[in-house]
Ligand binder design. Structure first.
Ligand SMILES: [Zn+2]
Ligand SMILES: [Zn+2]
Length: 379
C-alpha cells in the first residue's frame, strides 16, 4: 500500500466526489501557495504534498488505481512511467501542469511564471523507440543516443571566462527582477518583471567563456542505456527525469521522453496484460487429441489437446500472459483452429470415405440434433 494517505492530505473523505476533491485542493493550494509564504520551507513542502495528492486523486483513473492500491509510489524504479501516457508516478512535468492550471485559476499567473523562470528548467527531449513485440512483452535494455545541451564544464555554466568577469547586475541588484510603476486610469499599477539588463539572471558577464561563447551550455552527443520495463504498451511514454537539455544560466535539466512504438506480432494479439493466440490444429489431432505447441512469452510449451476438440474452442492458461514488473500477470487465451485438409489424394479420399462409413450418428451428435430440428420446421 502507498505510504501517504492522499485523502488525508487534502482533508477529504475517501468517498468524496471529484468536485469536492477539486475544491478542497484549490482551497489548500491557495492557502499554502509559495508566493504567499516566501522562504517558508514547511509551507512549500505542504504545497508540494497537496499537489502530489491532487495529481493522483484528482484524476478519476489514477484515483481508482490508488484506491485499489495499485499506484507505485516509488515511480517504478528509474523515474519511469511505463504504463500508458501519463498514468502513475509524479513528474516535474506533471507538477508544472498543475501549476499552470493553478496559476490560471487564481490569477497568480505573473508571479508563478516568474518563479518558474527563476527555477530555470531545460527543455525536454522527445525520442521514439521501436520495439519488437517480444521486447515489449519481456522488457529489454536499449542504448539510446541523442544530442543534448549540458552545463559547460569550462565555466561551470556561468558563461563567463572566470569569476572575475561576473558582476552583480546594477539595475536589479542581483535579484533578476525589476518593479515597474505605471499610472493608469485605475490608479497606480505595480508590476514585477524580469530585469532587461541581465535577462533575469541577476548577473552581468563582462567576458564570455571561450568554450561555450557565453551560453553556459555545450552540445553533446550522449548514449545512455535504458531499461525498458516488461509489459510496456504501444504509445507509452517513458520519462527519464533530468536526462533532457540543461538550461542556459544553470538550473534543472529537462527530461528525456521516450515514446514507445511496438511492432505488431504475427502470432500474438495483446489485450491489456492478456495475450491471444490462434493455434491451427490438424483435423486428426482435433478428432483424436494429441500434443500441440503453444507459444507463450517465456517460450513454447506442449499441451495435450483433448480428444474431440471443436474448431473455435478457446483454452485459457492463467498467468501465462504478460508479466509486468510489478508482478501482475495476464492470461493466455488459445483459440483452436481446426484445419480442414485441402488437396487430398484419391487414396486419402478413399480412406476418409471408409472412415465416414464407419461413423455413426453418435460421432456427430450436433449434426443429428440439427437435422432433427430442421425436420420439425417443415413438418
Ligand atoms: Zn562555458
Ligand atoms: Zn538585472
Amino acid at each position: 500500500m502507498p505510504s501517504k494517505d492522499y485523502y488525508k492530505v487534502l482533508g477529504v473523505d475517501k468517498s468524496a466526489s471529484q468536485d469536492d476533491i477539486k475544491s478542497a485542493y484549490r482551497r489548500l493550494a491557495k492557502q499554502y501557495h509559495p508566493d504567499l509564504h516566501p522562504d517558508d520551507k514547511a509551507c512549500a513542502e505542504k504545497f508540494k504534498e497537496i499537489n502530489e495528492a491532487y495529481s493522483v486523486v484528482g484524476d478519476p483513473d489514477k484515483r481508482a488505481k490508488y484506491d485499489r492500491g495499485e499506484m507505485d509510489m516509488d515511480g517504478a524504479g528509474a523515474g519511469f512511467n511505463p504504463f500508458g501516457g501519463g498514468s502513475g508516478g509524479f513528474t516535474a512535468t506533471g507538477f508544472d501542469d498543475i501549476f499552470d492550471m493553478f496559476s490560471d485559476a487564481f490569477g497568480f499567473g505573473g508571479t508563478s511564471r516568474r518563479r518558474r523562470a527563476q527555477q530555470n528548467v531545460g527543455s525536454d527531449i522527445a525520442q521514439r523507440i521501436e520495439l519488437s513485440f517480444m521486447e515489449s512483452v519481456l522488457g529489454c535494455k536499449r542504448p539510446i543516443s541523442f544530442t543534448r545541451t549540458e552545463k559547460c564544464p569550462s565555466c561551470n555554466g556561468t558563461g563567463a571566462k572566470d569569476e572575475a568577469h561576473v558582476h552583480t547586475c546594477d539595475k536589479c541588484g542581483g535579484s533578476g527582477q525589476v518593479r515597474r510603476v505605471q499610472n493608469t486610469i485605475f490608479g497606480q499599477q505595480i508590476s514585477v518583471g524580469a530585469c532587461d539588463k541581465c535577462g533575469g539572471t541577476g548577473r552581468i558577464v563582462t567576458e564570455n567563456c571561450k568554450a561555450c561563447g557565453g551560453r553556459g551550455t555545450v552540445t553533446r552527443n550522449k548514449v545512455i542505456n535504458v531499461s525498458i520495463p516488461a509489459g510496456v504498451e504501444n504509445g507509452a511514454v517513458l520519462q527519464l527525469a533530468g536526462e533532457g537539455n540543461a538550461p542556459k544560466n544553470g538550473g534543472r535539466n529537462g527530461n528525456l521522453l521516450l515514446e514507445i512504438s511496438v511492432k505488431p506480432s504475427a502470432v500474438f494479439k495483446r489485450d491489456g496484460f492478456d495475450l491471444h493466440v490462434t493455434v491451427p490444429v490438424s483435423f486428426m489431432t482435433a478428432v483424436c487429441g494429441g500434443q500441440i505447441e503453444i507459444p507463450a512469452p517465456d517460450g513454447v510449451f506442449i499441451h495435450n489437446l483433448a480428444e474431440g476438440t471443436a474448431n473455435g474452442e478457446t483454452l485459457r492458461f492463467r498467468g501465462k500472459g504478460i508479466r509486468s514488473q510489478r508482478g501482475m500477470a495476464g492470461d493466455l487465451y488459445v483459440e483452436i483452429s481446426v484445419e480442414v485438409p485441402k488437396g487430398v489424394s484419391r487414396s486419402q479420399k478413399k480412406a476418409l470415405e471408409q472412415f465416414e462409413n464407419d461413423c455413426t450418428l453418435k460421432n456427430y451428435s450436433k449434426r443429428r440434433e440439427f437435422l432433427d430440428e430442421i425436420a420439425k420446421l417443415y413438418k
